[in-house]
Write a protein that binds this ligand. Structure first.
Ligand code: GLY
Length: 557
């Protein structure tokens, strides 16, 4: 009898949680798709208890900080895009900001040269973290369940331990081999991780308990803040008590636009993602992409040229809107975008040297992680969060057990000097105390005929925007299921370097490669690009797309 019950239970469990290659079409009421099975399960458990998408967002964010340390975080930041079941939208910016004593040339030596790795792997690379404040803000505005119930699952994971997957074990081994962290406290150190090993993180569990019990104050003041400030003082870092006290996440105006009969809600500056995505889709609208078919010479060429033009605009016109007047309406002006698309030559690539940021008369890891949630009430959230590089700065706050970001590298540390994603920038994105560094994160929600249609986003630095652009077109223009769409191979162009980055799988079609080269495109093959996690809603059914490039996972009920 006992065996019989066990088998039934196993069948029920297997129906409620599935990995990225077994899910097709299940009549679910609620769904969470994230980079880690344990985080997706935490989110769905919160929804089952009567929580909403905002509650699940908070629980998943904290769970990822434990089980997915390369990008999940409490020492970083992110962006939250929310659509209520009544069709109201809001977007929260919990991006890191520059410390009060940061200054424009802080990464340059006396000869005006960039000090190697200083914006990436030093205590000066760390921006003031925004995640905890962001989660508290989301809870105050939308939370349904008690705060403690949302933090407790991550405490349990950190305290009781969690089992590493094969991919995660490799990532942790790379982290331990690549980062010179021997001088620093490193709770992730082990000679060699292998699949099935258990990691316990008692210091992180204690930090999460402070956050559970004291919310914002549990992180930005008290013991955790003291440990963070000591870490900074002992290592020439810039973050002070005042920085922690004054950090505030900000509700921003969403970027709202249309592609054909679809409405998009996405993140505005200090992310460039929403505006660039809208630019790309508006330019794409002017070409018969469906007729050209998926990954034809014509469609890759046109989309590449579109991406090239938008990234040229990004380099010049984007920064923190509290410090720089980002010309959003000019960048999204339909006649501007039409002119920009009109000069795409269908027969030849335009060299990036011949493309400049647009101008107007009057004014002017690859590591991050994304999760998508739809609750049983019809609310949706689309959240992208990051430490910037894989494991951020690699610095773990001693006695508090959490990794710190290296988001300062997303500033333009010197005009024309590329950041870790090869992106260049200018004055708009220069370092100023308390300014937010420019991002490419693109958490996005789509509506079709006024109804919730898609929740989508991805990690991947600069490639985020192109990936979201392509996944949306895969569904709308090429008729793919959401699962096919996120798993389809991708390409990316970002103005400079003047090359198309293609996933190697595309190179198998050598005739296509020759055709692209005949259009003067320079090609750079890479193993694998972003991990997109998305949900599609059609006829009131939820369909999950968890990228098979990673351990990404769909949980539902
Ligand atoms: N750190 C990557 C981004 O925000 O775009």
């Amino acid at each position: 009898m006992n065996n019989y019950i066990t088998v039934i239970l196993m069948i029920i469990l297997s129906l409620q949680s599935c990995n990225n290659d077994s899910y097709d079409k299940i009549d679910a009421k609620a769904m969470v798709v994230s980079a880690h099975p344990l985080a997706s399960d935490v989110g769905i458990a919160v929804l089952k208890k009567g929580g909403n998408a905002a509650d699940a967002t908070i629980a998943v964010q904290f769970a990822l900080a434990v089980v997915y340390p390369s990008a999940g975080n409490i020492g970083g930041g992110g962006f939250f895009v929310y659509r209520s079941n009544k069709g109201n939208y809001s977007t929260l910016d919990y991006r890191e900001k520059a410390p009060l004593i940061a200054y424009r040339d802080m990464y340059l030596d006396s000869n005006n040269k960039v000090i190697k790795n200083s914006s990436l792997y030093s205590h000066k690379a760390v921006g003031v973290p925004g995640t905890v404040d962001g989660m508290v803000e989301i809870h105050q505005k939308y939370g349904n369940l008690k705060w403690e119930e949302l933090v407790q699952p991550s405490i349990d994971l950190a305290e009781n331990g969690f089992v590493v997957t094969s991919r995660e074990s490799k990532k942790l081994n790379r982290f331990n081999a690549n980062h010179n962290v021997s001088d620093f406290y490193n709770p992730y150190y082990k000679d060699q991780f292998k699949e099935g090993d258990t990691i316990k993180l008692p210091d992180l569990a204690q930090t999460l308990k402070f956050i559970r019990d004291y919310k914002r104050e549990g992180f930005y003041s008290g013991k955790v803040a003291e440990n963070l400030i000591t870490e900074m003082k002992n290592n020439e870092g810039f973050i002070t008590e005042n920085d922690l006290k004054s950090y505030k996440s900000i509700w921003r105006e969403p970027i709202i636009g249309n592609y054909k009969n679809y409405k998009l809600i996405s993140m505005g500056p200090p992310s460039s993602g929403g505006v660039l995505l809208m630019q790309m889709l508006k330019m794409a609208e002017q070409f018969p992409l469906k007729k050209y078919k998926f990954h034809s010479k014509e469609s890759i060429h046109i989309m590449t040229e579109i991406e090239r033009r938008s990234f040229a605009d990004r380099a010049k016109h984007f920064g923190d809107p509290d410090f720089y007047d980002v010309p959003i309406s000019e960048l999204l002006d339909s006649s501007y975008l039409q002119t920009r698309a009109n000069n795409i030559d269908l027969n030849i690539a335009t060299p990036s040297d011949n493309i400049y940021a647009g101008s107007w008369n009057a004014s002017e890891s690859d590591e991050t992680t994304h999760f998508s949630i739809v609750d049983q009430y019809g609310n949706a959230s689309s959240v992208t969060t990051t430490l910037n590089g894989s494991f951020g700065s690699g610095i773990v706050v001693k006695n508090s057990g959490f990794l710190l970001n290296n988001e300062m590298d997303d500033f333009s540390i010197k005009p024309g000097h590329p950041n870790m994603y090869g992106l260049i920038g200018g004055e708009a994105n220069s370092i100023i105390p308390e300014k937010r560094m420019l991002s490419s994160m693109t958490p996005t929600i789509l509506e079709k005929n006024g109804q919730l249609f898609m929740i989508v986003g991805t990690p991947g630095g600069s490639t985020i925007i192109s990936a979201v652009f392509q996944v949306i077109l895969n569904v709308i223009e090429y008729g793919m299921s959401i699962e096919e769409s996120v798993n389809a191979s991708r390409f990316h162009h970002q103005w400079y370097p003047d090359e198309i980055k293609l996933e190697k799988v595309i190179s198998k079609d050598s005739s296509l490669i020759r055709e692209l080269q005949s259009l003067n495109h320079r090609l750079n093959f890479v193993n694998s690009m972003n991990r997109v996690d998305a949900i599609l809603i059609e006829n009131h059914q939820l369909f999950g797309g968890a990228d098979n490039r990673g351990d990404d996972h769909i949980s539902f009920f």
